[in-house]
Design a protein around this ligand. Structure first.
Ligand code: ATP
Length: 303
Protein backbone atom coordinates (compact mmCIF):
# COMPACT_ATOMS: atom_id res chain seq x y z
CA UNK A 1 0.00 0.00 0.00
CA UNK A 2 1.30 3.44 -0.91
CA UNK A 3 1.14 6.12 1.79
CA UNK A 4 -0.20 8.63 -0.75
CA UNK A 5 -1.81 8.18 -4.14
CA UNK A 6 -2.96 11.16 -6.13
CA UNK A 7 -4.41 10.58 -9.57
CA UNK A 8 -5.54 13.31 -11.92
CA UNK A 9 -6.00 15.76 -9.04
CA UNK A 10 -7.33 19.21 -9.95
CA UNK A 11 -8.01 22.05 -7.58
CA UNK A 12 -9.50 25.40 -8.43
CA UNK A 13 -10.07 28.56 -6.41
CA UNK A 14 -12.95 30.26 -8.20
CA UNK A 15 -11.89 30.64 -11.82
CA UNK A 16 -8.21 30.00 -11.03
CA UNK A 17 -6.84 26.50 -11.55
CA UNK A 18 -4.13 25.88 -8.98
CA UNK A 19 -3.47 22.16 -9.58
CA UNK A 20 -4.09 20.41 -12.84
CA UNK A 21 -3.98 16.64 -13.48
CA UNK A 22 -1.59 15.92 -10.62
CA UNK A 23 -0.42 12.30 -10.43
CA UNK A 24 1.84 11.56 -7.50
CA UNK A 25 2.48 8.60 -5.25
CA UNK A 26 4.55 8.09 -2.15
CA UNK A 27 5.63 4.70 -0.79
CA UNK A 28 5.83 3.90 2.90
CA UNK A 29 9.19 4.89 4.29
CA UNK A 30 9.88 7.16 1.33
CA UNK A 31 10.87 10.81 1.56
CA UNK A 32 9.60 12.99 -1.25
CA UNK A 33 10.93 16.52 -1.66
CA UNK A 34 8.22 18.76 -3.10
CA UNK A 35 9.68 21.86 -4.71
CA UNK A 36 8.24 24.75 -6.68
CA UNK A 37 8.03 28.51 -7.01
CA UNK A 38 5.86 30.68 -4.74
CA UNK A 39 2.26 29.89 -5.56
CA UNK A 40 3.12 26.69 -7.46
CA UNK A 41 0.57 24.70 -5.43
CA UNK A 42 2.73 22.91 -2.84
CA UNK A 43 0.69 23.89 0.22
CA UNK A 44 -2.52 23.20 -1.69
CA UNK A 45 -1.22 19.69 -2.47
CA UNK A 46 -0.35 19.12 1.19
CA UNK A 47 -3.75 20.33 2.34
CA UNK A 48 -5.47 17.94 -0.08
CA UNK A 49 -3.40 15.05 1.30
CA UNK A 50 -4.30 16.15 4.83
CA UNK A 51 -8.00 16.24 4.01
CA UNK A 52 -8.15 19.98 4.83
CA UNK A 53 -9.07 20.80 1.22
CA UNK A 54 -11.05 18.71 -1.24
CA UNK A 55 -9.87 18.10 -4.80
CA UNK A 56 -12.30 19.29 -7.46
CA UNK A 57 -11.38 16.31 -9.62
CA UNK A 58 -9.27 13.19 -9.28
CA UNK A 59 -8.63 10.42 -6.81
CA UNK A 60 -6.93 10.93 -3.45
CA UNK A 61 -5.99 8.03 -1.24
CA UNK A 62 -3.95 8.44 1.93
CA UNK A 63 -2.72 5.48 4.03
CA UNK A 64 -5.25 3.31 2.23
CA UNK A 65 -8.27 5.49 3.06
CA UNK A 66 -9.96 8.82 2.51
CA UNK A 67 -7.79 11.70 3.74
CA UNK A 68 -10.53 13.22 5.87
CA UNK A 69 -11.38 9.99 7.75
CA UNK A 70 -10.67 10.05 11.49
CA UNK A 71 -8.68 6.83 11.26
CA UNK A 72 -6.31 8.30 8.62
CA UNK A 73 -6.00 11.68 10.35
CA UNK A 74 -4.82 10.02 13.52
CA UNK A 75 -1.81 8.69 11.58
CA UNK A 76 -0.85 11.99 9.92
CA UNK A 77 1.56 14.60 11.20
CA UNK A 78 1.71 18.13 9.77
CA UNK A 79 4.10 20.99 10.28
CA UNK A 80 2.46 24.02 8.63
CA UNK A 81 4.46 26.73 6.93
CA UNK A 82 3.51 29.33 9.51
CA UNK A 83 3.30 27.75 12.92
CA UNK A 84 1.32 29.73 15.45
CA UNK A 85 0.59 28.87 19.05
CA UNK A 86 -1.14 30.48 22.01
CA UNK A 87 1.60 32.86 23.18
CA UNK A 88 0.57 32.74 26.84
CA UNK A 89 0.96 28.95 27.13
CA UNK A 90 4.31 27.35 27.91
CA UNK A 91 5.92 24.93 25.48
CA UNK A 92 4.98 22.01 27.71
CA UNK A 93 1.34 23.17 28.05
CA UNK A 94 1.16 23.63 24.29
CA UNK A 95 2.48 20.21 23.38
CA UNK A 96 0.39 18.53 26.07
CA UNK A 97 -2.69 20.28 24.70
CA UNK A 98 -1.98 18.93 21.21
CA UNK A 99 -1.24 15.49 22.69
CA UNK A 100 -4.74 15.41 24.26
CA UNK A 101 -6.31 16.41 20.93
CA UNK A 102 -4.40 13.71 19.10
CA UNK A 103 -4.86 10.97 21.73
CA UNK A 104 -1.10 10.82 22.43
CA UNK A 105 0.31 10.39 25.94
CA UNK A 106 1.70 13.19 28.10
CA UNK A 107 4.87 11.13 28.43
CA UNK A 108 5.36 11.23 24.67
CA UNK A 109 4.70 14.98 24.68
CA UNK A 110 7.54 15.48 27.18
CA UNK A 111 9.83 13.09 25.27
CA UNK A 112 9.26 15.01 22.05
CA UNK A 113 10.19 18.29 23.71
CA UNK A 114 13.44 16.63 24.70
CA UNK A 115 13.93 15.20 21.20
CA UNK A 116 13.55 18.58 19.48
CA UNK A 117 15.88 20.25 21.98
CA UNK A 118 13.29 22.27 23.89
CA UNK A 119 13.41 20.52 27.28
CA UNK A 120 15.35 23.44 28.79
CA UNK A 121 12.65 25.92 27.72
CA UNK A 122 9.62 23.68 28.26
CA UNK A 123 8.22 25.80 31.09
CA UNK A 124 8.72 29.16 29.41
CA UNK A 125 5.83 30.89 27.67
CA UNK A 126 5.79 30.47 23.89
CA UNK A 127 5.72 34.25 23.42
CA UNK A 128 9.32 34.30 24.68
CA UNK A 129 10.42 31.70 22.09
CA UNK A 130 12.59 32.58 19.11
CA UNK A 131 11.41 31.71 15.57
CA UNK A 132 13.56 28.58 15.58
CA UNK A 133 12.20 27.47 18.96
CA UNK A 134 8.64 27.85 17.67
CA UNK A 135 9.59 25.81 14.63
CA UNK A 136 10.96 23.06 16.89
CA UNK A 137 7.74 23.13 18.91
CA UNK A 138 5.79 22.79 15.66
CA UNK A 139 7.90 19.82 14.76
CA UNK A 140 7.27 18.16 18.14
CA UNK A 141 3.54 18.72 17.58
CA UNK A 142 3.76 17.10 14.12
CA UNK A 143 5.47 14.01 15.58
CA UNK A 144 2.82 13.33 18.25
CA UNK A 145 1.24 9.90 18.02
CA UNK A 146 3.97 8.36 15.80
CA UNK A 147 2.52 9.37 12.40
CA UNK A 148 2.91 7.04 9.41
CA UNK A 149 2.84 10.03 7.08
CA UNK A 150 4.50 13.30 7.91
CA UNK A 151 4.00 16.49 5.90
CA UNK A 152 6.60 19.15 6.57
CA UNK A 153 6.05 22.56 4.97
CA UNK A 154 9.31 24.56 5.05
CA UNK A 155 10.62 22.72 8.13
CA UNK A 156 14.06 24.35 8.12
CA UNK A 157 12.82 27.96 8.11
CA UNK A 158 14.16 29.68 11.20
CA UNK A 159 16.42 26.78 12.16
CA UNK A 160 20.12 27.39 12.71
CA UNK A 161 22.60 25.08 10.90
CA UNK A 162 22.87 22.64 13.81
CA UNK A 163 19.11 22.44 14.28
CA UNK A 164 18.74 21.94 10.51
CA UNK A 165 21.17 19.02 10.62
CA UNK A 166 19.30 17.57 13.59
CA UNK A 167 16.02 17.89 11.70
CA UNK A 168 17.43 15.92 8.77
CA UNK A 169 18.88 13.30 11.15
CA UNK A 170 15.39 12.97 12.58
CA UNK A 171 13.74 12.59 9.15
CA UNK A 172 16.42 10.01 8.21
CA UNK A 173 15.57 8.00 11.34
CA UNK A 174 11.82 8.25 10.75
CA UNK A 175 12.34 7.11 7.16
CA UNK A 176 14.27 4.05 8.40
CA UNK A 177 11.37 3.29 10.73
CA UNK A 178 8.97 3.33 7.78
CA UNK A 179 7.41 6.81 8.05
CA UNK A 180 6.58 8.36 4.70
CA UNK A 181 7.52 12.04 4.53
CA UNK A 182 6.67 14.90 2.20
CA UNK A 183 9.18 17.68 2.63
CA UNK A 184 8.40 21.01 1.02
CA UNK A 185 11.22 23.50 0.90
CA UNK A 186 12.67 26.48 -0.89
CA UNK A 187 16.02 25.74 0.70
CA UNK A 188 17.52 23.28 -1.76
CA UNK A 189 21.19 23.01 -0.70
CA UNK A 190 21.58 20.29 1.90
CA UNK A 191 18.28 18.56 1.28
CA UNK A 192 19.46 16.23 -1.53
CA UNK A 193 20.92 13.56 0.73
CA UNK A 194 17.74 13.30 2.76
CA UNK A 195 15.13 12.69 0.06
CA UNK A 196 14.47 9.62 -2.09
CA UNK A 197 12.73 11.48 -4.89
CA UNK A 198 12.13 15.07 -5.87
CA UNK A 199 8.89 16.38 -7.36
CA UNK A 200 9.03 19.75 -9.09
CA UNK A 201 5.80 21.71 -9.41
CA UNK A 202 5.32 24.77 -11.58
CA UNK A 203 2.15 26.46 -12.73
CA UNK A 204 0.01 23.79 -11.02
CA UNK A 205 1.57 20.94 -12.96
CA UNK A 206 4.19 18.40 -12.05
CA UNK A 207 7.22 19.19 -14.22
CA UNK A 208 9.37 16.27 -13.07
CA UNK A 209 9.44 13.55 -10.46
CA UNK A 210 12.13 11.00 -9.73
CA UNK A 211 15.34 10.27 -7.89
CA UNK A 212 18.14 12.75 -8.45
CA UNK A 213 19.89 10.16 -10.59
CA UNK A 214 16.77 9.76 -12.78
CA UNK A 215 16.28 13.51 -13.06
CA UNK A 216 19.92 14.04 -14.00
CA UNK A 217 19.56 11.55 -16.84
CA UNK A 218 16.19 12.95 -17.93
CA UNK A 219 17.34 16.57 -17.83
CA UNK A 220 20.57 15.72 -19.69
CA UNK A 221 22.53 18.31 -17.72
CA UNK A 222 26.30 17.84 -17.83
CA UNK A 223 28.58 16.85 -14.99
CA UNK A 224 31.60 19.14 -14.83
CA UNK A 225 35.03 17.49 -14.68
CA UNK A 226 37.70 19.75 -13.23
CA UNK A 227 41.23 18.54 -13.81
CA UNK A 228 44.45 19.83 -12.25
CA UNK A 229 48.05 19.02 -12.97
CA UNK A 230 47.84 18.43 -16.74
CA UNK A 231 51.08 18.57 -18.74
CA UNK A 232 49.44 20.81 -21.35
CA UNK A 233 46.02 22.01 -20.20
CA UNK A 234 45.47 24.35 -23.14
CA UNK A 235 46.08 21.63 -25.73
CA UNK A 236 43.66 19.34 -23.89
CA UNK A 237 40.99 22.07 -23.93
CA UNK A 238 41.52 22.64 -27.67
CA UNK A 239 41.15 18.89 -28.33
CA UNK A 240 37.92 18.74 -26.36
CA UNK A 241 36.55 21.79 -28.14
CA UNK A 242 37.45 20.23 -31.49
CA UNK A 243 35.32 17.22 -30.45
CA UNK A 244 32.40 19.60 -29.85
CA UNK A 245 32.65 19.54 -26.06
CA UNK A 246 32.30 22.62 -23.87
CA UNK A 247 35.65 23.12 -22.17
CA UNK A 248 37.82 25.89 -20.76
CA UNK A 249 41.27 26.29 -19.26
CA UNK A 250 41.75 26.72 -15.55
CA UNK A 251 45.14 28.36 -15.14
CA UNK A 252 48.15 26.84 -16.89
CA UNK A 253 47.75 23.21 -15.89
CA UNK A 254 44.02 22.92 -15.28
CA UNK A 255 40.93 22.41 -17.42
CA UNK A 256 37.19 22.01 -17.07
CA UNK A 257 34.99 20.01 -19.41
CA UNK A 258 31.25 19.44 -19.48
CA UNK A 259 30.45 15.72 -19.65
CA UNK A 260 26.96 14.88 -20.87
CA UNK A 261 25.44 11.59 -19.68
CA UNK A 262 27.43 8.64 -20.93
CA UNK A 263 30.53 10.70 -21.77
CA UNK A 264 31.79 11.02 -18.25
CA UNK A 265 33.47 7.62 -17.99
CA UNK A 266 34.99 7.92 -21.46
CA UNK A 267 36.48 11.27 -20.52
CA UNK A 268 37.81 9.89 -17.25
CA UNK A 269 39.38 6.89 -18.97
CA UNK A 270 40.98 9.16 -21.54
CA UNK A 271 42.34 11.48 -18.86
CA UNK A 272 43.67 8.73 -16.63
CA UNK A 273 45.15 6.82 -19.57
CA UNK A 274 46.96 9.67 -21.27
CA UNK A 275 47.69 12.44 -18.90
CA UNK A 276 48.10 11.20 -15.32
CA UNK A 277 46.60 14.41 -13.86
CA UNK A 278 47.13 15.25 -10.21
CA UNK A 279 43.47 15.59 -9.38
CA UNK A 280 40.03 15.23 -10.97
CA UNK A 281 36.90 16.64 -9.35
CA UNK A 282 33.49 15.56 -10.63
CA UNK A 283 30.62 17.96 -10.06
CA UNK A 284 27.28 16.32 -10.86
CA UNK A 285 24.29 18.66 -11.42
CA UNK A 286 22.86 19.65 -8.05
CA UNK A 287 19.22 19.71 -7.07
CA UNK A 288 19.39 23.48 -7.60
CA UNK A 289 20.67 22.99 -11.17
CA UNK A 290 17.84 20.54 -11.86
CA UNK A 291 15.28 22.84 -10.29
CA UNK A 292 16.45 25.75 -12.43
CA UNK A 293 16.37 23.58 -15.54
CA UNK A 294 12.78 22.43 -14.99
CA UNK A 295 11.60 25.91 -13.99
CA UNK A 296 13.09 27.43 -17.16
CA UNK A 297 11.46 24.70 -19.22
CA UNK A 298 8.10 25.38 -17.55
CA UNK A 299 8.46 29.13 -18.20
CA UNK A 300 9.29 28.41 -21.84
CA UNK A 301 6.18 26.25 -22.15
CA UNK A 302 3.94 29.04 -20.81
CA UNK A 303 5.37 31.80 -23.07
N1 ATP B 1 -7.83 30.20 -0.07
C1 ATP B 1 -7.40 30.59 -1.25
N2 ATP B 1 -8.17 31.33 -2.07
C2 ATP B 1 -7.75 31.72 -3.30
N3 ATP B 1 -6.54 31.41 -3.81
C3 ATP B 1 -5.72 30.68 -3.05
C4 ATP B 1 -6.10 30.23 -1.74
N4 ATP B 1 -5.06 29.50 -1.22
C5 ATP B 1 -4.09 29.52 -2.17
N5 ATP B 1 -4.49 30.21 -3.25
C6 ATP B 1 -3.71 30.43 -4.49
O1 ATP B 1 -3.32 29.15 -4.98
C7 ATP B 1 -2.03 29.21 -5.55
C8 ATP B 1 -1.16 28.11 -4.91
O2 ATP B 1 -0.97 28.44 -3.55
P1 ATP B 1 -0.11 27.50 -2.57
O3 ATP B 1 -0.19 28.12 -1.22
O4 ATP B 1 -0.54 26.09 -2.73
O5 ATP B 1 1.34 27.68 -3.21
P2 ATP B 1 2.76 27.26 -2.62
O6 ATP B 1 3.44 26.49 -3.72
O7 ATP B 1 2.62 26.58 -1.32
O8 ATP B 1 3.44 28.68 -2.47
P3 ATP B 1 4.55 29.24 -1.41
O9 ATP B 1 5.86 28.63 -1.84
O10 ATP B 1 4.52 30.71 -1.64
O11 ATP B 1 4.12 28.83 -0.03
C9 ATP B 1 -1.52 30.62 -5.34
O12 ATP B 1 -1.74 31.34 -6.54
C10 ATP B 1 -2.40 31.16 -4.24
O13 ATP B 1 -2.58 32.54 -4.38
Amino acid sequence: MNAVELEGVCRRYGAMTVLEGLDLSLAEGEVLGLFGHNGAGKTTTMKIVLGLLAANEGRVQVLGGAPDSTEVRRRLGYLPENVSFYPQLTGRETIRHFARLKGATQTQADQLLEQVGLAHAADRRVRTYSKGMRQRLGLAQALLGAPRLLLLDEPTVGLDPIATRELYELTDRLRREGTAIVLCSHVLPGVEAHIDRAAILANGRLQAVGSLTDLRVEAGLPSMLRVRGLADGERRVRDWQAQGLTARSLGTDGAEVAAINGHKLDLLRELLGEEAPQDIEIHAPTLEDLYRHYMQRAEGAVQ
